[in-house]
Design a protein around this ligand. Structure first.
Ligand code: AMP
Length: 334
């Protein structure tokens, strides 16, 4: 019996892993493994909510698994969502405990539905995926959810669903999960520091953790610094974001010295950018090297993840059994 508190978090296999994902969430995931029982999912059902290619979805799922392992996530803590179909089952139950109006007010729904393709198609999945996310979290009865700040509203929804379920069945079954943020919970795009670093905004808006050194250097060098419209005395968002990246990379001494230059009016942006680029390249090099080692054992790694998913699934099955009992649904005997 494992008495440690439980942590759950997840990431979509929609292509590259960027420094928003890494500094906002994944870096914390690695650290938390020492103190908590951790479940980390590659959530492929979520990747279907935006236009996707069935041929590449599976490849992207494995790619992300290998990438996460390369950052230091342990295989026994990793699972693939579509191998745990109970997530989708709990999502249905939770749909019936979710306010339609609240879903339409989600910022990410508004953002993502605004990005619909030329045919104007917006899937019901885009509206409903926060409910699937609530199921992802609550199916493991997670105490803590380490995510970026962009997920705050979805976590609130998760707690609302848990409370509504508990009230209706007359039992405090689900604990209300809390978020854990990193020191830098919102990494901004270097190309446009008014928006968050994200894949969906396009290639120039994110720095891929697996990019080669030249690409990282080029992207950081072209970062927006001063746009001339920052109020007198305030640090411009682009410069602030570069300092945040240095903080996230834990290059403390360099950061302090550059900050002192900034305050005395001596800072050269090129020095700040070079420091950020070197910090990111250092992290990327380590992760890329570990990834190369894993590539040499592809089959073993995949088998290991299939096994860990089976193991993790047992906890999801327990929850579904309890939920069906509590909600008056039928249970087959496992
Ligand atoms: P996603 O790529 O949307 O599946 O997100 C995976 C994780 O990365 C989630 O915990 C997000 O909150 C986090 N994340 C994504 N983009 C950023 C960002 N720009 N800053 C901080 N965290 C982020």
């Amino acid at each position: 019996m494992d008495n440690r508190k439980t942590v759950l978090s997840a990431i979509q296999p929609t292509g590259d892993m960027h420094y928003g994902n890494y500094f906002g969430a994944v870096k914390n995931w690695v650290r938390l493994q020492d103190s908590y029982q951790c479940f980390y999912g590659v959530v492929d059902y979520h990747a279907m909510t935006m236009p996707f290619n069935p041929k590449t979805l599976r490849e992207n799922t494995w790619e992300l698994i290998f990438n996460l392992l390369a950052t230091g996530i342990r295989p026994e803590n990793l699972f693939i969502q579509s191998l745990v179909p109970e997530h989708a089952e709990l999502c249905w139950v939770f749909n019936c405990f979710t306010s339609f109006g609240q879903l339409t007010r989600m910022t990410q729904f508004k953002d993502k539905s605004a990005q619909s393709g030329e045919d104007g198609f917006i899937s019901a999945g885009i509206l409903d995926y926060p409910v699937l996310q609530a199921a992802d979290i609550l199916i493991y009865r997670a105490d803590y959810v380490p995510v970026g700040k962009d997920q705050e509203q979805h976590l609130e929804l998760t707690r609302n669903i848990a409370e509504r379920f508990n009230n209706q069945v007359g039992k405090e079954y689900f604990v209300l999960p809390e978020t854990i943020y990193t020191e830098v919970p919102k990494v901004m795009s270097t190309a446009d520091p008014s928006r968050k670093m994200s894949k969906s905004a396009g290639e120039k808006h994110y720095i891929n953790v697996f990019a080669d050194d030249n690409r990282i250097r080029k992207q950081v060098r072209s970062a927006v610094t001063d746009t001339g419209d920052t109020p007198e005395g305030a640090m411009s968002p682009g410069v602030a974001n570069l300092f945040e990246l240095l903080k996230a990379a834990e290059h403390t001494a360099v950061r302090e010295s550059l900050l002192a230059d900034y305050h005395s009016g001596q800072l050269k942006y090129v020095d700040l950018k070079d420091a950020v680029a070197e910090a990111l390249i250092g992290i990327s090099t380590e992760i890329r090297n570990r990834r190369a080692d894993l590539n040499a054992h592809k089959k073993e790694v995949k088998d290991q993840i299939r096994q860990s998913t089976e193991q993790i699934r047992k906890r999801a099955q327990e929850t579904i059994r309890d939920v069906k009992d509590l909600a008056g649904l039928m249970n087959v005997k496992f």
